[in-house]
Design a protein around this ligand. Structure first.
Ligand SMILES: Cc1cc2nc3c(=O)[nH]c(=O)nc-3n(C[C@H](O)[C@H](O)[C@H](O)COP(=O)(O)O)c2cc1C
Length: 338
C-alpha cells in the first residue's frame, strides 16, 4: 500500500470517531427559522429540487469529497457513486492524486454514468505544471467540475505536510481559465474567509465551497496521527483554529456578492441545509455523515440521502416554503441585517 493510501485509511478510521468533530459547532444552532403555524401547503406539494452548475438536481446538497478511489477507497466510492446515481444528487470525489500518480484506472464513472461527478486535487499539487495534472483528473472520471482543495492548517499538522504555498493562486488561476469544466475551490474545515474569497474571485474562480469549522476537525485527526511530541506542542493552540460555517456564508457573500457558494463544514441534517440556503448558499455538501453508510452499502447511503431530503422538506413545510426560491426568503432569527 502506498504512503498516501495508508494515510487515507487512517483518515477514514479517525474521521468516524466523534472526538474528531469540532467541539465548537458550526453556528447553525444560533439561527432559528420563524415557525409558520399556518403553512397553507401540503407536504406532498413541496419541491426541493434545485439547480447546480447547469443541471437540475433532486435537492441542494451533495456528497462531499472523501476518497479518490484507490485501495479501500474503491468500495466506499462505489457505494457513494451508486447512491448518487440512484438519488440524482452530485458526488465529489476525494483527492485523485494517488490514483493519478500510480496511473490507476478510476472506475467511479462506471457506477454513476449520469450523475454529476466532481474531481479533486490539492492546491499544492498544482504549483508546478499543475494544469496537465488537473486535466488528467477531469478526463479520468469525465468530471463535470474540478474541486481544488486548500488545507494549509492540515498540511502544517500532518507529518511531512506541504509547507510551501507559494504560487498556489497562480496555479488556481491557470486552472480556472484553461480547464474545460468549472473550478470549485474549497477548504477542508477551517473555512474560506471574505478576503480569500475576493482573491479567488479575482483569479477567475466562480464557485467556492466554504468548508468552515464545525464538523470534521483535521487538526484533531492529524494530531492523532502525529507521533512527534514537539510538533504536538506547537500545534496545540491551533486545534480550534478556523471560522464557523454559518458565520462565513454571510460574510463571504457580503464581500463577494457575485460568487456562487457551496456551504459545508458541519452541515449535519436537512435543517442545517435549509439554513445554508436561507443564508444565501446555492448548494451544500456533507462529507463525514456519509462515511459510515458508505462503509456499509449503497442502500445505506441512499437511506441517508432520503432522510436528509425529508428533513429539508419538513423545514420547508414549517416555514411555508413550497420551493427552494421561497426558502431563500423564509423569516430567520436573528434577522440577517443585525
Ligand atoms: C474521510 C475524509 C476524507 C476527506 N478527504 C478529502 C479529500 O481528499 N479532498 C478534499 O477536498 N476534502 C476531503 N475531506 C474534507 C471534506 O470534503 C470536508 O470539507 C470536511 O470534512 C468538512 O465537512 P464535514 O464536516 O461534513 O465532514 C475529507 C473528509 C473526510 C471525512
Amino acid at each position: 500500500m502506498s504512503d498516501i493510501s495508508s494515510r487515507k485509511d487512517d483518515h477514514i478510521q479517525l474521521a468516524l470517531q466523534p472526538r474528531h468533530q469540532a467541539s465548537s459547532g458550526s453556528g447553525f444552532d444560533r439561527l432559528e427559522f420563524e415557525h409558520n403555524a399556518l403553512p397553507e401547503l401540503a407536504l406532498a406539494e413541496i419541491d426541493c429540487s434545485s439547480k447546480f452548475l447547469d443541471r437540475t438536481i433532486a435537492a441542494p446538497f451533495m456528497i462531499g469529497a472523501m476518497t479518490g478511489g484507490c485501495d479501500n477507497g474503491e468500495l466506499i466510492n462505489q457505494h457513494l457513486a451508486e447512491a448518487a446515481e440512484a438519488t440524482q444528487i452530485p458526488m465529489a470525489l476525494g483527492s485523485q492524486r494517488a490514483a493519478l500518480d500510480q496511473n490507476l484506472v478510476q472506475n467511479v464513472r462506471r457506477w454513476a454514468p449520469n450523475t454529476m461527478l466532481i474531481g479533486n486535487l490539492g492546491a499544492t499539487q498544482l504549483q508546478h505544471h499543475g494544469l496537465d495534472l488537473a486535466k488528467r483528473a477531469v478526463e479520468s472520471v469525465s468530471a463535470n467540475a474540478l474541486i481544488i482543495h486548500l488545507n494549509p492548517l492540515q498540511e502544517l499538522v500532518q507529518p511531512n505536510g506541504d509547507r510551501d504555498w507559494n504560487q498556489v493562486l497562480e496555479a488556481i488561476q491557470n486552472c480556472a481559465s484553461d480547464l474545460p469544466v468549472p473550478v470549485i475551490v474549497k477548504e477542508v474545515g477551517s473555512g474560506i474567509g471574505p478576503r480569500t474569497a475576493q482573491r479567488l474571485s479575482g483569479a477567475g474562480v466562480q464557485w467556492i465551497e466554504i468548508a468552515g469549522r464545525g464538523g470534521t476537525s483535521w487538526p484533531s485527526i492529524e494530531l492523532a496521527r502525529n507521533g512527534s511530541e514537539r510538533e504536538k506542542a506547537i500545534a496545540a493552540p491551533f486545534i480550534n483554529w478556523g471560522m464557523d460555517t454559518a458565520v462565513l456564508i454571510t460574510h463571504v457573500l457580503h464581500a463577494c456578492p457575485a460568487i456562487n457558494l457551496i456551504a459545508s463544514g458541519g452541515v449535519r441534517d436537512g435543517l442545517d441545509i435549509a439554513k445554508c440556503i436561507r443564508l444565501g448558499a446555492q448548494m451544500t455538501a456533507l462529507a463525514q455523515p456519509f462515511l459510515a453508510p458508505a462503509l456499509e452499502s449503497s442502500q445505506a447511503v441512499i437511506g441517508r440521502v432520503q432522510i436528509l431530503q425529508e428533513q429539508l422538506r419538513w423545514a420547508m413545510f414549517l416555514t411555508g416554503s413550497q420551493n427552494i426560491n421561497a426558502l431563500q426568503t423564509a423569516p430567520l432569527f436573528p434577522p440577517l441585517d443585525q
